[in-house]
Design a protein around this ligand. Structure first.
Ligand SMILES: Nc1ncnc2c1ncn2[C@@H]1O[C@H](COP(=O)(O)OP(=O)(O)OP(=O)(O)O)[C@@H](O)[C@H]1O
Length: 247
């Protein structure tokens, strides 16, 4: 079966300096693919290229068998690729519920859906997502009062309100407590039932919990790919990444 997302021979240079050097990746539907690698390996740039924030110098990106290379950010989001950034972007003065409603209203078919299904469909979706993300008890509080972990879950929930088929998460557990990390792992495993996830993360304990496939990037290319066991046993990966001070 073809991958839901297929990246082939991607290149990106900034002012003539190559940052992505022939990177290829195939992500199977309803799996969790974790992208790891040392600082500066090109992980964030790859996510920027997938979501249209940056345009590749060459190479192709196909999503659901359609060529999305070079399309704009909004068009790619509209086709079903959602992204949660590392830096929180919630409206702090609004309640958790209002944040989720705003996110829903941003989806392309929001108006049509409201017209056809009314508020009830949105409310059902909102309750369902809040329950998944441990936010049911927090729906009426101001988003600014949430803990760091809850803020991360709210952001993931906001992306989910837009009905993505693929969800890109940039470092979702950076700065979280052990308990929050385990809850986030549970959330991601549940999301895999309906979504495909690409997760950029440095926390290898978390990666071990959630990954079906681990992709290791190094200097803008694919260094290795496999199960977490294969990756941890790979001498080259240990040399350039897992053996480094970060771990
Ligand atoms: N807009 C830009 N202009 C110039 N250089 C850039 C730009 N964005 C990224 N780079 C460079 O590209 C390289 C890869 O950066 P990138 O942020 O993709 O790495 P990363 O693997 O995500 O690292 P980290 O784990 O630290 O987030 C770095 O050397 C960075 O300085």
């Amino acid at each position: 079966m073809a991958g839901l997302l297929e990246i082939k021979d991607l290149h990106k240079s900034f002012d003539g300096t190559p940052v992505i050097n022939g990177f290829s990746l195939e992500v199977t539907e309803m799996t969790v693919c974790c992208v790891v690698g040392p600082n500066g390996a090109g992980k964030t740039t790859t996510m920027d290229l997938i979501t249209g924030r940056q345009k590749p110098t060459s190479g192709t990106i196909h999503f659901a068998e359609e060529d999305i290379t070079g399309l704009g950010e909004h068009e790619i989001a509209r086709r079903g690729i959602g992204r949660k950034f590392q830096v929180p972007a919630v409206f702090r003065e609004l309640s958790v519920r209002q944040n989720l409603e705003v996110a829903y209203s941003k989806q392309t078919n929001a108006l049509k859906n409201m017209f056809v299904f009314g508020d009830a469909a949105m409310k059902r979706k909102l309750d369902e997502i809040a329950a998944l993300a441990n936010l049911t008890e927090r729906l009426e509080v101001e988003a600014g009062t949430l803990s760091h972990g809850e803020t991360q879950w709210l952001e993931i929930s906001m992306v989910l309100m837009q009905n993505p088929r693929v969800l890109l998460l940039d470092e979702p557990v950076a700065g979280l407590t052990e308990g929050e990390i385990m809850k986030t792992a549970r959330l991601i495993k549940q999301l895999k039932e309906t979504n495909t996830l690409i997760v950029v993360e440095h926390d290898m304990g978390f990666v071990r919990e959630i990954a079906d496939v681990v992709t290791v990037m190094h200097m803008g290319t694919l260094l290795a790919q496999g199960t977490i066991g294969e990756i941890e046993a790979n001498d080259r990966v240990r040399e350039v990444y897992l053996g480094s001070e970060e771990h």
